[in-house]
Design a protein around this ligand. Sequence first.
Ligand code: G6P
Ligand code: ZN
Length: 559
Amino acid sequence: MVYPRAAAAFLSAAILETSVIQSVDARPYLDQTLGTSGLRKPTGHMMQPHYVALFIQSAFEELGVAGATLVVGGDGRFFNDQAIQTILKMAVAHEVGHVVVGRGGLLSTPAASALIRARKAKAGIILSASHNPGGPEGDSGIKINAAHGGPIPLAVSDAIHARTRTCARYAIADIPDIPLGKDGRHQIRATVVEVIDSVADYVRLMEGLFDFDRIAGLFRSGFTMRFDAMNAVTGPYATELFHRRLGLPEAHLMNRVPMPDFGGLHPDPNPHHAAALVDLVAGRSEADFGAASDGDGDRNLIIGRGLVVSPSDSLAVIAANAHLVPGYRDGLAGVARSMPTSRALDRVAAALGVNCHVTPTGWKFFANLLEAGLITICGEESAGTGSNHVREKDGLWAVMMWLNILAERRLSVGQVLRDHWQAYGRDYYQRLDFEEVDTAGAEDLMATLRGRLPALAGELAGRLTVTDANDFAYTDPVDGSSATKQGVQIVADEARIVYRLSGTGTRGATLRVYLERFAPRGADHGLLPAEALAEVQEIATQVADVTRFTGRTSASVIS
Ligand code: G6P
Ligand code: ZN
């Protein structure tokens, strides 16, 4: 598409005029720290004058973007439209060669990862605060991904942060907003801005991995599914994949139109925030299968009749059955999980005879392992699962894995799970979140626990025997970088307790306490997690003195 006439005239004249590129002076912000998933702030905070521009200036300087290709898009949340225009105008000023933008500014995180790789982009900028609420009172975020399609490594995010502390000037083109509503190419000075269909490339990628005919056959056989897009980015992707390609009735897609405030919902696909879907499928058994994805499309929730599959179990089931799916027929090079994720995956890896890498929380650690070909499938307790098809976790991919596995095995979700536990044993699992607690108190709790680690060996609250208590540290086998203080883990008999502070919150601190207890083959696998873990929970809260440090007697969310 050609740039609208009036603007084109303005722009071609502008090409000769250096004054069209403005250099804007501003005072640096000192709080642009990049967390687990880039820069994430309350929206009002992100909307402060020059806030986005100074951050992008720092990122562009660190990455070196002149002449390069960039991918830009996000989950459609409030303020993304403005932030995207700022980024595009700054890309022109920085003489970026080619910017690929999703139509309407929409790109799911996994679709962006795929595009970065397919277009050999130098980097991607993803506008999302993931599963956090959107709108003026919600959160905003800017994630930067590397050329491999995954989150930038720690060294790069640290370097960008260091630049933000002194960055006091940015360059931006003084041009009208670039229309993103229709596909097409806009040549602006030395930069081509290409607006593309947000969905097409991603669906093609899925076609290469899954047996669409077989899944469509499953639907034709009477199998029913509900998918909840939570008014966020996966709506258009799910409509194309599940409805147009696989034949799921459109009415069985819930909340499928992306909205800037996610319709006031909290786009986090956990049983708490996806309660309507859980009630429909697990509670009232109105469908065989239920699934949801988060704001930016990288997380997933899997539900069967009468049950919610824990993310750690889902990961283990996917790895154990991957050979049934065309894209993984040749087997797995290895697998990986984050440290707080349950050890169910380790048991599958042992049976398959492949390595199970254990990393700190955060997809960037997986990205390195995937890039080096050391693993094929990986995932986290925080509802992220993915494979080597991109370098991000991928919510719809996980749903497609389950659908393809169910289409092959023709069992219910519950039967698949029960079979799995019978073969490998069951890792009962629960996560307690103490949200928005006082930061100093939470840090004190962690420091006190760390100090007590040596003394913990031997016994724990008189009931379980501690066999290992450590502060998780990781040395990346690919780039040799190391990460310390990644969470305290206490292993006691067949139980494990993990404590860490969330890296994604924007208000106060969130303490996460992860509980796990293994019931081997032949043991009772039919308990509720809360029953099986009651004792472990009691010990976990006592040992860390959770109430004293956080002032809370119970968790805000249990998942
Ligand atoms: C993001 C990252 C995940 C990570 C999660 C942890 O979603 O992409 O890789 O598992 O944050 O969040 P937390 O709040 O526990 O630090
Ligand atoms: Zn997300």
